[in-house]
Design a protein around this ligand. Structure first.
Ligand code: TIU
Length: 220
């Protein structure tokens, strides 16, 4: 065990039971023409975290610790896309529509892929998920149990949607959860700030928050 400087109090890192989970660092959320922009968002804000996510991933790889990646996406026949999700709002392009990077949020399409700088390497688990949370309708829970993981370090986009949803799912399943501030982003900076605040409020009701360098110092 080694303590990482964190809020609301130090995070007791267990190298034998920790994994990094990188949420949805996909072109669809970070590049013009994808799902994020179709919802009316300025995607440049979230694309800016790529160098810090890369440093975090490399810190885990260098320490020989597991890295897990998730992708929000649906099957080409849309059988895992409920109408309540497909029809939400008034986006320019809906999930499954053809866009400049292929069909929006569909498995295997160019826009659905993870950005090259933070892409999985051989042997890393990749979870395709139809929901915002990574536990719903995926094998993630069974995979974590099989690997003996009980602590998750979080990065990715967007802080208040897929990252927070997955962190809450994990917290309820008994995982100790730590989110790295510089390695997550929202299209709305005040939503990111509020999410970090609510995670660490009430004695860490959802988990812990930490700075990237404070984690990397303990990992190295
Ligand atoms: N729209 C938004 O902020 N996020 C998503 O739809 N998905 C993820 O957060 N990955």
């Amino acid at each position: 065990m080694a303590d990482i400087k964190a809020l609301p109090f130090p995070f007791p890192l267990d190298r034998n039971a920790v994994a990094l989970i990188v949420i949805d660092m996909q072109r669809d959320f970070t590049e013009p023409g994808g799902f994020g922009e179709s919802l009316g968002n300025d995607v440049s804000l979230v694309a800016g975290i790529v160098p810090d996510v890369k440093r975090l991933i490399e810190g885990f790889r260098d320490a020989g610790l597991p890295v897990i990646h998730t992708m929000e996406c649906h099957s080409p026949d849309l059988s895992d896309l409920p109408p309540a999700k497909q029809n939400r709002g008034n986006p320019k392009l809906r999930i499954g529509d053809m866009g400049p990077m292929g069909r929006i949020l569909i498995s295997g399409e160019p826009g659905t892929s993870i950005l090259p700088d933070v892409a999985p390497v051989d042997g890393e688990l990749v979870i395709e998920k139809p929901g915002k949370g990574a536990f719903y309708a995926t094998p993630l829970g069974d995979e974590l149990k099989a690997k003996g993981i009980r602590q998750l370090v979080f990065a990715g986009v967007t802080t208040e949607v897929c990252v927070q949803t997955t962190m809450r799912e994990a917290n309820d399943r008994g995982y100790e959860c730590l989110i790295i501030e510089e390695a997550t982003a929202s299209y709305f900076p005040h939503f990111k700030a509020a999410t970090l605040d609510m995670i660490r409020a009430q004695g860490g009701i959802v988990g812990w928050t930490a700075k990237l360098d404070d984690l990397l110092e303990v990992l190295s």
